[in-house]
Design a binder for this molecule. Structure first.
Ligand code: PAF
Length: 282
């Protein structure tokens, strides 16, 4: 397994692989890898000749007062996990390598898809994500790039960017990986104390209850919204950021419960903001 810190060296190496006719699968991450990330790496390993995993805590997708400085970093442990899954290359550039002095170019998806949910609570976040992901696509030239459904809005925005800007690659969506008690895996779960972690189980439970009610015939969007809210509010440490019920295809507001429906939420427990979601087909 090779480790690259340098943009040009990574780019050249990927170009060489392509020249040899090999397909490249890219898994963009911010490191501190868990089984959710590893499911993306495994899928890339199955589908592609070459697997590249990027590890870069991208400063421009963090807002003021967010956890950029404290975001967990563990490159050595991550490298061992990736070597174990037969990753071909890790791309772990420094901040100055990705954003040298005088850096001025940004990629932004506009419209309703970025204006709501995490886009509303974290202004500038998705602009930071689409900018770094565009750079990674140009540097690594993947045939396929793998993203988790856990970040449902990020995934849809990246898909739209790829479509609108004609990036020549396929975005592969992988399902949410959960702990055995249902908590969605996230590098940020490490911030939770025992009480917060216990109470955070309500997120998956509320989503599952709502999905069951929809499957059972409930079609009143306001009622479902209220049920999720009531369930989460049984946990005293939960501070709801948003609960959204929208189209699973493009996040537009629903006129009626029909098609692929995304139940998504962001809730803070103490200082830790968690997101989770569930897709229901009606
Ligand atoms: O999902 C993440 O970890 C990040 O947003 C990503 C896609 C690696 C971009 O920094």
């Amino acid at each position: 397994m090779q480790l690259f810190n340098n943009v040009n060296a990574m780019h050249e190496w990927c170009r060489e692989q392509k020249k040899q006719g090999k397909t490249i699968g890219l898994v963009p991450t911010m490191g501190y890898l868990h089984d959710g990330h590893m499911s993306l790496v495994k899928a890339a390993r199955q589908d592609c000749d070459i697997v590249v995993v990027s590890i870069f805590v991208n400063p421009i997708q963090f807002g003021q007062g967010e956890d950029y400085e404290t975001y967990p970093r563990e490159l050595e442990k991550d490298s061992a996990l990736l070597a174990n899954e037969k990753t071909d290359a890790i791309f772990a550039p420094g901040v100055k390598e990705m954003y040298p002095a005088g850096y001025d170019a940004y990629v932004e998806v506009q419209g309703a898809i970025t204006g709501k949910m995490c886009g509303a609570s974290r202004p500038g976040h998705f602009k930071g994500v689409t900018t770094v992901v565009s750079k990674l696509f140009h540097i690594c030239q993947p045939d396929r790039a793998y993203f988790g459904q856990k970040d449902a809005q990020q995934l849809l925005i990246i898909k739209k960017m790829v479509r609108d800007l004609n990036f020549p690659l396929e975005i592969v969506r992988m399902p949410i990986v959960r702990e055995s008690d249902g908590l969605a895996m996230s590098s940020r779960n490490v911030y939770l104390n025992a009480e917060e972690r216990q109470q955070a189980l309500v997120l998956n439970q509320a989503l599952k209850t709502a999905a069951n009610n929809i499957r059972g015939g409930e079609r009143d969007i306001k009622k479902i919204h209220q049920q999720i809210k009531d369930m989460i509010e049984t946990q005293p440490l939960a501070q709801i950021d948003y609960i959204e019920i929208s189209s699973g295809e493009n996040l537009t507001d629903l006129e009626e419960m029909r098609g692929e429906i995304l139940l998504a939420l962001a809730v803070k427990f103490g200082k830790t903001r968690l997101i989770d979601n569930l897709l229901v087909e009606v």
